[in-house]
Ligand binder design. Structure first.
Ligand code: ATR
Length: 275
């Protein structure tokens, strides 16, 4: 086990703005320690994506998580972009091998793994609530996995654009209560701490036997998930997606399977056992 930082320690990090709330450093440092890898992972708060990427090359930073607001703007700065990340239009992971920077998107795979842990996916129907970056990544991977997709969004224009890009159907939020679906995924920030009383869909939209996933992980049980549980749905919070997108990053960086149990434990402790 690595007990100290020395001349061989490899550097990783998360680049975004704001980034001080990020739990990625906690999660990845725990994973490196558990796996006996001589590496550290720091949070870099920067709005200057161009200089930050240059620094990555200059200082031989081996890998970077990319978060808001840089997931799209980083793409032209990279040497190569994985086809899936290119299709999604967002990179959340950079791998640096001998100064060659390659971008990936692990959000999509993370969401799929979290969903598949709870319910079979292929051939089922799914409503995605929201049409932002997260909706795009999740919608993309679900389409690839043979899901019959419906998009709903507060702003019709954005919702229709995404549904067209994903070759799926758009419905207005008011139509949600009349839709029969196997899976419903909230990708909006509605219900996130501190506005925990808000729910992104009407209660009647949540029907028994449905699987309801919220990509929010703080609080661990949103109003949406509480309501869904009360109405007999299977529920999944955003913790799994967060951990599994990190596990995919770890694998890209180290070539090893990530110690997901440890990663989950440290994040859960930080989020839910604060007092
Ligand atoms: P991300 O990249 O995390 O997905 P985003 O691109 O800002 O974030 O997208 C946020 C999504 O949540 C959008 O679909 C947004 O709806 P609009 O397109 O109408 O803006 C949705 N959203 C945000 N706040 C919302 C609210 N209060 N009610 C309903 N939808 C909301």
């Amino acid at each position: 086990m690595i007990t100290s930082i020395d001349q061989n320690t490899k550097l990783y990090g998360v680049l975004g703005n704001p980034v001080r709330h990020s739990l990625s450093p906690l999660m990845h440092n725990a994973a490196f320690l558990e796996s006996g890898i001589n590496a550290v992972y720091l949070a870099f708060e920067s709005i200057d994506i161009k200089s930050a990427i240059q620094s990555m090359r200059a200082l031989d930073i081996k890998g970077m998580s990319i978060t808001i607001p840089h997931k799209s703007s980083v793409i032209p700065l990279l040497d190569e972009v994985d086809p899936q990340a290119k299709d999604i239009g967002a990179v959340n992971t950079i791998v640096n091998v001998d100064s060659k920077l390659t971008g990936y998107n692990t959000d999509a795979a993370g969401a799929l793994r979290a969903l598949e842990e709870a319910t079979p996916v292929s051939g089922r129907s799914c409503v995605i609530v929201g049409a932002g970056g997260a909706a795009r990544a999740i919608g993309y991977i679900l389409k690839k996995n043979n899901i019959n997709l419906i998009i709903t969004n507060r702003t019709q224009k954005r919702g229709k654009e995404l549904s067209k890009a994903l070759d799926s159907r758009f419905i207005e939020p008011e139509q949600l209560k009349d839709i029969d679906t196997d899976i419903l995924i909230n990708t909006t920030p509605v219900g996130m701490s501190p506005d925990t009383d808000l729910c992104p869909v009407p209660e009647e939209a949540l029907k028994q036997e449905m699987t309801v996933m919220d990509i929010i992980y703080n609080p661990g049980r949103t109003k949406l998930l509480k309501t869904a549980r009360d109405r007999g749905c299977k529920i999944i919070n955003g913790l799994g997606m967060f951990i599994y997108q990190g596990a995919e990053q770890f694998k890209l960086w180290t070539g090893q399977e990530a110690p997901v149990e440890i990663m989950k434990r440290v994040v859960e402790e930080a989020l839910y056992n604060k007092e």
